[in-house]
Write a protein that binds this ligand. Structure first.
Ligand SMILES: N[C@@H](CCC(=O)N[C@@H](CS)C(=O)NCC(=O)O)C(=O)O
Length: 216
């Protein structure tokens, strides 16, 4: 059965692949599962029909037969459980890969989102200049420890996994901040993730949506 995901009709990041449908697209591409995309506007996202799928009125969602999911990591996990390629077979290695999925979203992503949100909506505030270095240092704290753990390995724990997929998408949110460049092994890790053919297919697909919306 071909699943259907939702994505922004017109992504605010202008096709940079930072919207969270990118994670789901990438996971589906990694496992070779074709998918359909239903594009939603900001207003449609808040309508009852979409909120029945996503209680918080957001994207992405995932529908497959009578299964409806929301939360990008839960969707990636579902895809990884259903298909080979994103989680190791060995039970302990699988548990560690899942741990990295949680680490990406609950330990590394929050300070990165806080920084991004502050830059987006707090820039005009009188205290922004004082708050910015505090937020940047919170990100550095996580990046430094992640960098230490990664060392010179290609991926976080053995082969590429759903943990790396989520971590790379989280780190991509720092593009343009200059922070990632302070950790050359993390920059190289990000580049390795982005060089994967499945990443490129997913990226191109979401960019094509933005380009079509802008030229159409
Ligand atoms: N924790 C959720 C976050 C979902 C989320 O923040 N989606 C954003 C796009 S990346 C969204 O729909 N924003 C529009 C809104 O909240 O109105 C996930 O990982 O799926």
């Amino acid at each position: 059965m071909i699943p259907t995901i939702t994505a922004f009709e017109r992504s605010p990041d202008r096709g940079k692949g930072q919207a969270r449908d990118m994670r789901v697209r990438w996971a589906l591409e990694e496992v070779g599962q074709p998918y359909r995309v239903r594009l939603v506007s900001f207003s449609a996202m808040k309508e009852p029909a979409h909120c029945a799928l996503h209680p918080f009125g957001q994207i992405p969602t995932y529908e497959e037969g009578d299964l409806a999911l929301f939360e990008s990591a839960a969707i990636v996990f579902h895809v990884a459980q259903r298909h080979a390629g994103l989680l190791p077979d060995d039970a302990n290695a699988r548990a560690r890969a899942i741990t990295w999925m949680f680490a990406a979203l609950s330990t590394v992503e929050p300070p990165i989102v806080d920084l991004g949100t502050a830059k987006l909506v707090e820039r005009g505030e009188s205290w922004f200049a004082q708050r910015l270095p505090i937020l940047e240092d919170r990100v550095r704290d996580r990046l430094g420890k992640l960098s230490d753990r990664l060392g010179d390995a290609d991926w976080l724990d053995g082969g590429f996994s759903a943990g790396d997929l989520l971590m790379v998408t989280v780190l991509r949110r720092l593009n343009g901040s200059g922070l990632l460049e302070e950790y050359p092994n993390l920059s190289a890790y990000l580049a390795r993730g982005e060089a994967r053919p499945a990443f490129k297919r997913a990226f191109d697909a979401q960019l094509a949506v933005f380009t079509a919306a802008s030229t159409g």
